[in-house]
Write a new protein. Sequence first.
Length: 309
Amino acid sequence: MALLIGTRGSPLALAQAGQVLIELAKLWPGENLELKVVKTQGDQWGLQAPPSDLSGIPPGLFTRELDDALLNGTLQGAIHSLKDVPTTLPHGITYAAFIIREDPRDALISNDGLSLAQLSAGCKVGTSSPRREAQLKASRPELRVVPIRGNVNTRIEKMRSGEVDAILLAAAGMKRLGRESEIAEFIDPQVMVPAPAQGILVLTARANDHEILEKLRVLDHPATRICAMAERSFLKTLQGGCRVPVGALAEIRGEVIKLTGVIAHPNGEMLLKDSVSDLSDNPTGLGERLAHFFLQNGAHEILNGFGRV
């Protein structure tokens, strides 16, 4: 009987899910593994919603159908980009593995191979992320931010056709699609703090399916799990969703974890940014501490009007 692992059907989702299955097959050579594509509400929303529609986005938009398939036994496991997963999992579902993190940075792709600093005033930069828009406007206010939708391939095609001069995407997605050579610049996290958990894939399963959890746990990467917990705790304490202009990046140095967070208004005029460090044995507490600092120093004003988890 096959062990069914679910994924969304976008080119990026299929590419990263295929890589995960290859790694599982290496560790469980006798296991019959099968990938099952599940269409989610988020896939349809991504095609139809207007770029300016930031309100009324429900939690689990890109995960609910996969969660349902786990709970009803259609799937034994599911692969997600962690930044698509609500900060509180549905009852009965748990994390089986945090897969070793790919590059967490944002990346600039431009028609002429120009870096961010080389783009001239008035150049159009495409992004559908309020977080990227806010930090871009804070660092390069003379550039024009243009909403752009679609999967990675679609956005690059729109750029090549002249809709925009450059686009901002996650470096991890470009790498997983084998398109790293098209990246003009990896954006320094000091300039643009990535989304919480950017570059991290997770495997989820039913909380009571101990046999499957044990099988999938072989891919768990402790350092990635710790960083994810810190970044997601920061996001959860702020009650932010994937459409909220919040960034967070955790880095482990020896026994110490450093967490950098940012909250920025999409107009680029108000930006809060700070870092905290502590021993890595309490990443959740570290994320909460940084979030409370932000909430005490103006974060409520920025978060007003954006979706919540």
